[in-house]
Ligand binder design. Structure first.
Ligand code: MN
Length: 223
């Protein structure tokens, strides 16, 4: 009886811990502008002396302009996270602008390990989706138009694909100051050093020559 109660308490503790670490922690002060030069390592950046903080620490300019489109993918993601906007430190969110070329601009399948993403279309027609985890692997997808808002839950593989004849402009909010990105293709085939080609051949039911060719490709950071 005592041991089942201990197990219950342990399970509860694990569940609560998961809940707490699944999102950025709440701040304990008005702000904690990132001190990128600090040698103190905490979960995020150490705080700059509040007396040295200035309005520019809370400002990023330039999201009105499209990013530089990658010619192979036909897309660009300009993320404004804590690395570019130091005032975001400890606040648990960031923003990005997405630009996708007409007729096939693609943000390939990827994961944000630390953030849910909410996307708003300002212009164009975008096919988006995410896939649920095991055991269902259900594709949840929609064609979005101007004014539509779509949400991609934290940790799931998702993509954005321009199926229209005009450029897509979209803005996303992300529920972390440092959402991170795991591009599926680059992570699998572009790791350094490479994953064993035997293992990948078996994984993808491909021959080793095909795996070697994929591993020799140049993969964009967003691929
Ligand atoms: Mn994303």
């Amino acid at each position: 009886m005592a041991s089942s109660y201990s197990l219950f308490l342990f399970t509860l503790f694990v569940c609560l811990s998961c809940h707490v670490i699944a999102f950025d922690p709440s701040p304990l002060q008005d702000f904690c502008v990132a001190d990128k030069n600090s040698k103190v390592f905490v979960n995020g950046y150490a705080c700059k002396d509040p007396d040295d903080v200035n309005p520019e620490d809370f400002l990023f300019s330039g999201l009105d302009k499209p990013g530089s489109i990658d010619p192979d993918l036909g897309s660009n993601v300009t993320i404004v996270d804590v690395h570019k906007l130091v005032g975001l430190n400890t606040l648990g969110l960031s923003v990005a602008r997405l630009d996708l070329s007409p007729n096939g601009g693609l943000v390939p399948p990827h994961i944000h390990p630390r953030a849910t993403e909410i996307l708003t279309i300002l212009q164009g027609t975008l096919y988006v989706g995410f896939v649920t985890s095991a055991p269902n692997y259900k594709l949840i997808a929609k064609v979005l138009n101007k004014g539509d808002v779509f949400v991609f839950p934290i940790g799931l593989i998702h993509f954005q694909y321009n199926i229209g004849r005009v450029p897509v402009v979209a803005f996303v909010g992300l529920s972390s100051q440092n959402p991170g990105v795991i591009p599926v293709a680059k992570t699998i085939f572009g790791s350094n050093p490479p994953i064993s080609d035997d293992a990948l051949a078996k994984t993808f039911k491909l021959d080793k020559d095909t795996i070697d060719r994929l591993q020799s490709e140049f993969w964009m950071a967003t691929n």
